[in-house]
Design a binder for this molecule. Structure first.
Ligand code: AMP
Length: 181
């Protein structure tokens, strides 16, 4: 099963993604994680990615597409994946054509996400500075909300209230994936 997780930063995508991965025995993949690893490299690309990430911007252009395509060629993703962080723009969604069987939107208000992130602050993620977080929330509304519409029209969008407990959200996702509304 090919599952895509969408939500603003702080919505709980990686928590739910990892739970789903265990439960469904499908590997979890996060483009944010890939980029954070890339940002550690002392190369031109590494320094560039770090700068863009820390400012809270999306990595522009074809770079993301090339990286995702490359990863998904690996044998472990043949049987499906839980994808966190991609697609985030309409262009990426159109490129990803048959990449998603189900898309889960973890709906959390901007205020709740900011509250969660302020608790998380200081746990070491350099790209979670307040300015970058505000920028990311802004780009979610501008670039990623159209992706929700795109999947809604395709009939594969599942909306979940991301403000419940971790366990409640997890079981709601499982129920909805199985088609029991
Ligand atoms: P995340 O951990 O998903 O919040 O991603 C962290 C950062 O990685 C984002 O703020 C972007 O700079 C970059 N990134 C992750 N996924 C994408 C994507 N699909 N398109 C462009 N940039 C991305």
């Amino acid at each position: 099963m090919k599952i895509v997780l969408i939500g603003i930063q702080g919505a709980g995508k990686s928590t739910q993604g990892n739970l789903l991965s265990k439960n469904l025995e499908v590997p979890y993949l996060s483009t944010g994680h890939i980029f954070r690893e890339l940002a550690k490299e002392k190369t031109k690309l590494g320094r560039y990615v770090k700068e863009v990430m820390n400012a809270g911007y999306l990595i522009p252009g074809k770079k993301t597409l090339a990286i995702v395509t490359e990863y998904l060629k690996r044998p472990e993703y043949k049987g499906g994946y839980i994808m966190d962080g991609f697609p985030r723009t309409l262009a990426q969604a159109e490129f990803f054509k048959d990449g998603a069987d189900k898309v889960i939107y973890l709906k959390v208000s901007d205020g709740e996400a900011l509250k969660r992130l302020s608790f998380r602050n200081g746990e070491g993620r350099e790209d979670e500075n307040p300015k970058a977080v505000a920028k990311r929330i802004e780009s979610f509304h501008k670039f990623t909300e159209p992706v929700l519409d795109y999947y809604q029209k395709k009939g594969i969008l599942i909306e979940v209230d991301g403000e419940k407990t971790i366990e409640q959200i997890h079981s709601e996702i499982l129920r909805k994936i199985n088609g029991d509304q």
